[in-house]
Write a protein that binds this ligand. Structure first.
Ligand code: AFP
Length: 316
């Protein structure tokens, strides 16, 4: 249940401008304003496109459309000098004098389109050029297109994590739903991707402990934004681990892991690639994948201790 606050009339723009510099607050507010157009398109664009992205993945019509829509809209803000997207072969370099560089996964969880399950968008905002570690993020945002549309953002540095809801009572703007979100002290749910037959013995042992020892319930929806939102609200753990076949996991450092790690850590949780915070992972390749573990600190510490011993794999 949402514990809806009295101060629901606080818009995303008002909230951001109270806490942040004018240029960053404007960019966040403009990103929020783009969303109604995106959601209105969804029912009209349900086909599979004939294109593949740079990772060789077949694009959905909505993947390609959403990417083009956000690129155009971000350029129009006049605040963005470069856009890196999971769906762009090369970065879109635009305006040298603009203050921000944006990374985005325009449609995270697009395999959920055909089943009408949740998906979303992830943005990372930097003032400096990439590559850079997640510590250099000045803002991270995700939008979740579920039964209601929500936007969660943080600017890090103790600013807190804040959740907004779209179109409440016909209101077009994002309105404050939760201020200063914190992970519950005790985790309740977990979701883990990749083929369990490919998990290492150490990771399998840790995962068994999630339901045996910690009594967490399994929740996995196939969209990182959706699973992340469950952990943010209910505590627990989300992981897309490394496996024998995919030693770097599946999710991408710049487009998915780093921005969500900023939100998770700012909400009092922890993130890890198995040994260090995802905010400290320093990889020059913008398209790099990274093993991903996020959730309550006590679970991430246990996970890191489990895999510190080394990762062994079953004989197939
Ligand atoms: P798609 O955008 O191709 O659906 O991938 C979504 C995703 O990157 C992430 O959102 C999910 O957590 C993860 O992949 C799900 O992967 P599996 O389908 O292998 O479980």
């Amino acid at each position: 249940m949402f514990n809806v606050p009295d101060n629901l009339e606080i818009t995303l723009g008002k909230h951001a401008s109270k806490h942040l510099s004018a240029d960053l607050a404007t960019l966040i507010s403009r990103i929020g304003q783009m969303t109604p157009n995106v959601k209105a398109e969804f029912p009209k664009r349900l086909k599979v496109a004939r294109t593949t992205n740079k990772f060789g993945e077949v694009q959905k019509e909505l993947d390609a459309w959403t990417n083009g829509f956000f690129v155009d809209a971000l350029i129009k803000t006049g605040l963005v000098r470069a856009i890196y997207s999971e769906e762009l072969d090369k970065p879109y370099i635009y305006n040298d004098s603009a203050p921000f560089v944006v990374t985005m996964d325009p449609l995270d969880g697009s395999s959920n389109i055909s089943t009408n399950n949740v998906f979303g968008t992830i943005f990372g905002i930097y003032r400096e050029d990439l590559p850079a570690t997640g510590r250099k993020l000045v803002c991270a945002i995700y939008e979740l297109y579920g039964p209601i549309t929500t936007l969660v953002y943080t600017a890090g540095n103790g600013m807190g994590v804040h959740e907004f809801v779209k179109q409440r009572e016909g209101e077009q703007q994002y309105l404050l739903l939760h201020e200063n979100m914190k992970l519950p002290a005790k985790g309740e749910v977990f979701g883990i991707g990749a083929d369990p037959m490919e998990w290492s013995n150490e990771f399998m042992g840790f995962a068994k402990g999630l339901f045996k020892k910690h009594r967490l319930k399994a929740r996995y929806c196939g969209a990182f934004v959706g699973d992340f939102s469950q952990v943010l609200h209910r505590g627990g753990l989300f992981s897309y681990p490394c496996t024998k076949k995919s030693p770097n996991g599946k999710l991408r450092l710049y487009f998915e892991a780093a921005p969500m790690a900023l939100i998770m850590e700012e909400a009092g949780g922890a993130s890890s690639n198995g040994s260090i915070s995802l905010l400290d992972v320093d990889l020059p390749d913008i398209d790099a994948r990274v093993p991903l573990y996020m959730g309550n600190k006590y679970l991430i510490e246990e996970l890191e201790a489990a895999i510190k011993k080394g990762q062994t794999y079953r004989q197939q």
